[in-house]
Design a protein around this ligand. Structure first.
Ligand SMILES: Cc1ncc(COP(=O)(O)O)c(C=O)c1O
Length: 388
């Protein structure tokens, strides 16, 4: 068979493969579709805009001049013509905010995580004679896909520890120190887990220090929300690499990594999501700074909201997980809540393990928490009455 004939046969087979794949995915209840474009009058319970800033008129007024002052696109990789003053200002702001020696901004959190783990693989590999030993990474069982993919792409050796289980983490670290005394150890975690809002114990920083491990912490859901100055969970320490995706409370997009000068220098060389990608839009680089400034200026507003979340739902973060246990139960709950005027989404396998399906309700200061509480109780009764 000639190469052309083979290519023709492959093309002829492709639609069949595609439909088999599609049926399989649909049959397993895993078919994804885009979210609703507008939720109409329904109250939004899915956005990660935790402080409701994306459309805040006062904040948007501060950004009115941006389109006159700055180009929308950076125009290229920052290593070529795409480096702008707004990137540098954003990085300096993060250095001050996080008390960090250095920072580097990225067009997205996903790219930041891919690049961080690529760099971790390169710079924590030790050479002993002619042999090279890469670092051993301890990763929380429920880490975000971008962290997992970053580790996979970098071909890192990974040991998964039980979700948020610091005892399991320490046991594994201790064993690794005995079995692999010459290897660098790295811990990877989110600070607030995106599906449940659960927080990693801050003691993970001390655990990392005690075992001479580097800690990579993704602050996507904590930056702008937690901490005295909304700085998230961690201020800089020598063994920390902190990733801050800015599409959540900072109401924008892009991400900023803070770390030691040496690590940031290496990230700029080795992070392929940095080197081979168009730099963050200067509009967004400014937007992130303005949002951060607004949040720091309105501390009472943020802390008041967190207090209300605690008193109504007993939670320390705007993510309210409501366990559903099955896709069907979750779907019925979403439909019931929709009739009450709530735009909620269910989170299904494989984003969460089977049986752990949930409604991930993302709250903000403009939501009537008491009304939501009442409607959730009614939803629960309805599900029970349906035998679900
Ligand atoms: C914990 C975490 N890390 C990284 C990302 C990716 O960030 P981005 O949306 O900027 O690519 C997300 C967003 O979904 C996230 O929740």
């Amino acid at each position: 068979m000639s190469l052309t004939d083979k290519a023709d046969t492959d093309v002829a087979k492709a639609p069949n493969c595609l439909s088999i794949w599609k049926q399989g995915r649909q049959g397993a209840g895993l078919w994804r579709s885009l979210g609703r474009v507008e939720s109409g009058d329904a109250a939004d319970l899915s956005s990660n805009d935790y402080l409701g800033l994306a459309r805040n008129p006062a904040l948007l007024r501060r950004l009115e001049s941006v389109s006159k002052e700055l180009p929308m696109g950076s125009g290229g990789s920052r290593l070529l013509g795409g480096n702008h003053l707004e990137h540098l200002k954003l990085e300096q702001m993060f250095c001050r905010w996080k008390a960090a020696p250095a920072a580097l901004c990225f067009p997205s959190g996903f790219q930041a995580n891919l690049s961080v783990f690529q760099t971790v693989a390169k710079i924590f590999t030790k050479s002993a004679c002619s042999e090279k030993t890469g670092p051993l990474v301890f990763s929380d069982a429920r880490n975000h896909a971008s962290m997992i993919d970053g580790m996979r792409l970098a071909r890192l050796e990974v040991e998964v520890y039980a979700h948020l289980d610091m005892d399991d983490l320490e046991r594994k670290l201790q064993k690794a120190k005995l079995d692999h005394p010459n290897r660098s150890l790295v811990i990877a975690t989110e600070t607030v887990f995106s599906m449940t809002g659960l927080m990693v114990p801050a003691s993970i920083g001390d655990i990392a220090k005690k075992h001479n491990a580097v800690l990579v912490a993704d602050e996507a859901h904590s930056i702008g929300v937690l901490g005295e100055n909304a700085e998230g969970m961690f201020l800089h320490a020598d063994n920390l690499i902190l990733v801050h995706p800015c599409g959540k409370a900072l109401a924008s997009a892009g991400a900023v990594v803070t770390a030691s000068k040496a690590f940031i220098e290496a990230l700029l060389q080795e992070g392929r999501g940095f080197v081979y990608s168009t730099g963050l839009s200067p509009w967004l680089a400014r937007g992130i700074q303005v949002a951060a400034e607004w949040i720091r200026e309105h501390k009472g507003f943020r802390l008041g909201f967190l207090q209300e979340l605690k008193s109504v739902f007993g939670i320390d973060h705007p993510i309210l997980p409501v366990a559903m246990g099955s896709n069907h139960r979750a779907q019925v709950a979403v439909e019931y809540l929709s009739k009450q005027g709530w735009d909620a989404y269910s989170i299904r396998y494989p984003t969460v393990p089977k049986g752990k399906e949930l409604l991930r309700l993302s709250l903000n200061p403009f939501i009537d928490l008491k009304k939501l509480q009442k409607n959730l109780a009614e939803t629960n009764s309805f599900l029970k009455n349906q035998g679900l």
